[in-house]
Design a protein around this ligand. Structure first.
Ligand SMILES: *Cc1c(COP(=O)(O)O)cnc(C)c1O
Length: 378
């Protein structure tokens, strides 16, 4: 066993910074004994809407449910196609098959790892009902370019904002916030996300009044008045305890995202200092983007051996994602094959997610990068 350890994420260090505030917030809910869709959820929805500059925010039970609810609100179903990226977390594609529609994948941009917008436009058919851009690892897709093209064609845009709460893009003098550009935006509050709860949680943001109304009904079994159902919805709510915790954490998020950005800048500096430019390609922040580094994913030579070496030193890393969505066994009936999306497939072989979290220390990063340099010397 190595004496020192560096995990990819250490939530305990973060909890140490907010313990008192969190305990007070949770205690307030316990004293109120109001657990589902109460004042904390309402206040949190308003705070998120204000933070992102969207008119509507509807909390639900997870990021996965947010995506399913979004497609349900859009009435996407059998016979419809939804275009998305093959390089994302599973839920980005499973929400499409869950409502009976067909995922259509397009390859990624090798620089940002995000979906290639040109290929999205080429893949539109008369059956296309929606597009799900994923702001992967914390960096935005240039959705301000994509959205007008989709709107012209009557196609909805659902932003998968699970990894990008707080990310934005500046184009000219306009700021676009992740989750606030398209018809709907889907957020996850899974504990490891930048804005994480202490359990599951999610939210759908909406720029459209009618969709927001549907979502509020769909999350409570499709009813607008209890026990009367116009549509069949699901049971998917954020609970009061999680909302109270998230309200505390939201107040600190900007600072924490800034600390992640500083850690990312330090990695880039260290790779240069240790002369690793040939072996390690740091993530590319596209012009105008404020990347919030939900993950810090590099491309590297000899990835699997490097990962094993680091693990033996006591340093944990992760692979996001080892198998592209179009190659998942459960989607084999879609008819995709290896070689269909060469950029995404290459990334799945070369990517390595290094530890990143607000409390990551400079000396831990130096330890990691010097270990990488040691590996590549042999
Ligand atoms: C985490 C994540 C989800 C799902 O969120 P859950 O809250 O875990 O259900 C969806 N899409 C992406 C890109 C994610 O990273």
């Amino acid at each position: 066993m190595p004496a020192r350890r560096l995990p990819t994420l250490d939530l305990k260090r973060n909890y140490d910074r907010v313990r008192d505030e969190i305990r007070q917030a949770v205690d307030k809910v316990l004293e109120s004994q109001h657990f589902i869709l109460g004042p904390e959820v309402r206040a949190f929805e308003e705070e998120v809407a204000r933070t992102l500059g969207v008119p509507h925010a509807i909390a639900c039970a997870s990021g996965t449910d947010a995506l399913v609810l979004a497609l349900m609100a859009l009435k996407v179903g059998p016979g419809d196609e939804v275009i998305t990226t093959p390089y994302s977390f599973f839920a980005t594609a499973s929400c499409i098959t869950r409502v009976g529609a067909r995922p259509v994948f397009v390859d990624i941009d090798p620089g940002t790892y995000n979906m290639d917008i040109g290929q999205v436009l080429e893949s539109i058919t008369p059956k296309t009902r929606a597009v799900i851009p994923v702001h992967l690892f914390g960096q935005m897709v240039p959705v301000e370019e994509l959205f007008p093209e989709l709107e012209k064609r009557g196609i909805a845009m659902v932003e998968d904002t699970a990894q990008a709460f707080g990310a934005c893009r500046q184009v000219g003098d306009r700021i676009y916030r992740a989750g606030a550009v398209g018809d709907l935006g889907c957020i996850s509050f899974f504990p490891t996300k930048n804005l994480g709860a202490y359990g599951d949680g999610g939210m759908v943001t909406s720029t459209k009044e009618d969709l927001a109304k549907s979502l509020k009904s769909l999350r409570v079994h499709g009813s607008t008045e209890t026990y009367f159902h116009d549509t069949v919805g699901i049971n998917s709510r954020l609970d009061e305890i999680q909302a109270a915790i998230l309200r505390v954490r939201l107040r600190h998020l900007q600072e924490w995202n800034e600390e992640r950005r500083q850690a990312a800048a330090r990695y880039a500096l260290l790779f240069r200092e240790y002369g690793l430019q040939e072996q390690v390609l740091p993530p590319v922040e596209a012009a105008g983007n404020t990347h919030i580094y939900h993950q810090y994913v590099v491309r590297c030579r000899n990835r699997d051996a490097l990962q094993a070496f680091l693990e033996s030193e006591g340093i944990s890393t992760r692979i996001y994602y080892p198998l592209c969505l179009h190659l998942q066994p459960c989607f084999s009936d879609l008819g995709y094959a290896e070689g269909d999306f060469p950029q995404a497939e290459a990334l799945s072989r070369e990517c390595l997610a290094l530890p990143i979290f607000p409390e990551l220390k400079a000396e831990e990063q130096e330890w990691l990068v010097s270990s990488m340099a040691e590996f590549y010397r042999h």
